[in-house]
Design a protein around this ligand. Structure first.
Ligand code: 13P
Length: 387
């Protein structure tokens, strides 16, 4: 029997299986490890494909309570559980949302919450064919030994938390770590970011959750676009190195990169065509075509800018579904329209649908910024932003 026939990638066991002796194989006295498909592999591929479906993208509303508090404070509301619930209810019960949104990333509190009339938020999503997702990282803390950089916590207990989230209806996960260009980035920070993402991705897949892999390269800095490209190439090559080392199945992941732009304080702005060109170049150099979806973060760009850049990226044929997973670039106008007043809910939901539709068109390469308001063109960059 030939050695290669032992590589049974379709077997159903979730285990790495052990040795066999292979009579005609030159290494027959060695232990051979066979890769068997994980228990959730088919489901992971299906979930990833559903999220990466044409004309749809992700609504990210996974702000920690502290960050959600900042959003609420911007419209004069206190950071209470009731106010967070009211805001999330507005977003998640928007009629027609499922036409443009394929997944919603929730914070843990929201995953277990219901509407004021008792309907689970998870069920509000499922009826619209929107896949519920969950932020699983525990946030950023200083990385000792680095150049004032940070690392992302959350691996302890992640397997059991993920299993619980799955039972609660989550089918994908998010882990956001950051890399700072002005701080280096140091080799240590890049390695730590990549390794943490890979461990998290393996644990997520083992528990039925499609991992969103998000090494956000922060917009902060005065550097030109070429420097962002260089750093992004370095970061993504390490991420894929460690994903492979951790036996992560790339058909069952989604990526959440930052777009390749100049630093926010660089003297010149780049056009959507330039940003698209640099970003797609980076992806082509670093990302296998087996990855089903690239779901960009907005990173502090204005609503219109984030949509224009996505639209420009979809002017070419890409091997992946190139789409959005925006928080600020989908929520900003909604918040300002709502202002915490029940009588504004309908208008605020219309504002959400408008942004979701614009990004849906951008996913298809058919968006035009004609008629967009000045407000939607206002940047939201925040120095040293935390999530
Ligand atoms: P922004 O689109 O606001 O950058 O959000 C990023 C994010 O990670 C949300 O899940």
């Amino acid at each position: 029997m030939a050695c290669s026939s032992f590589m049974n990638l379709n077997a159903s066991s979730s285990q790495w299986i052990n040795q066999r002796s292979i009579p005609s194989c030159p290494f027959s006295n060695r232990r051979i490890f066979l890769v068997r498909a994980g228990a959730y592999n088919d489901e992971l591929v299906k979930t990833a494909k559903t999220i990466a479906s044409p004309g749809r993208g992700i609504l990210a509303i996974d702000e920690s309570n502290a960050t959600c508090g900042k959003r609420l404070a911007s419209i004069g509301l206190d950071n209470t559980e009731a106010n967070r619930q009211a805001y999330r209810q507005l977003l998640l019960t928007t009629p027609g949302l499922g036409e443009y949104i394929s997944g919603a990333i929730l914070f843990e509190e929201t995953l277990y919450q219901s509407t004021t009339d008792g309907k689970k938020f998870v069920d509000c999503l499922i009826v619209q064919n929107i896949v519920p997702g969950i932020k699983v990282d525990k946030g950023l803390v200083p990385l000792p030994g680095s150049n004032n950089e940070s690392w992302c916590q959350g691996l302890d207990g992640l397997a059991s938390r993920s299993a619980e989230y799955y039972k609660q209806g989550a089918r994908f996960a998010k882990w956001r770590t950051v890399v700072s260009i002005p701080c280096g980035p140091s080799a240590l920070a890049v390695k730590e970011a990549a390794w943490g993402l890979a461990r998290y991705a393996a644990i997520s897949q083992n528990n039925g959750l499609v991992p969103i892999v998000e090494p956000e390269i922060l917009l902060d800095g005065v550097h030109p676009i070429e420097r962002t490209l260089e750093v992004a190439e370095r970061v993504w090559s390490e991420v894929f190195y460690y994903l492979a080392e951790n036996n992560v199945m790339v058909e069952g992941i989604l990526l959440k990169p930052s777009m390749i732009t100049p630093g926010a304080e660089h003297k010149e702005k780049a056009s959507p065509d330039t940003i698209a060109n640099y970003t797609i170049t980076m992806l082509r150099r670093r990302v296998p075509p087996a990855v089903p979806g690239i779901m960009f973060l907005s990173g502090g760009q204005s609503e219109v800018q984030a949509t224009l850049n996505l639209n420009a990226m979809n002017q070419t044929l890409n091997p992946w579904h190139v789409s959005f997973s925006y928080a600020r670039a989908l929520q900003n106008t909604v918040l300002k329209t709502w202002k915490g007043q029940p009588e504004n809910i309908e208008l605020a939901q219309k504002a959400l649908l408008k942004r979701a539709k614009a990004n849906s068109l951008a996913q298809l390469g058919k968006y035009s910024a004609d008629g967009e308001s000045d407000h939607a063109k206002k940047g939201m960059f925040d120095k040293g932003y935390t999530y």
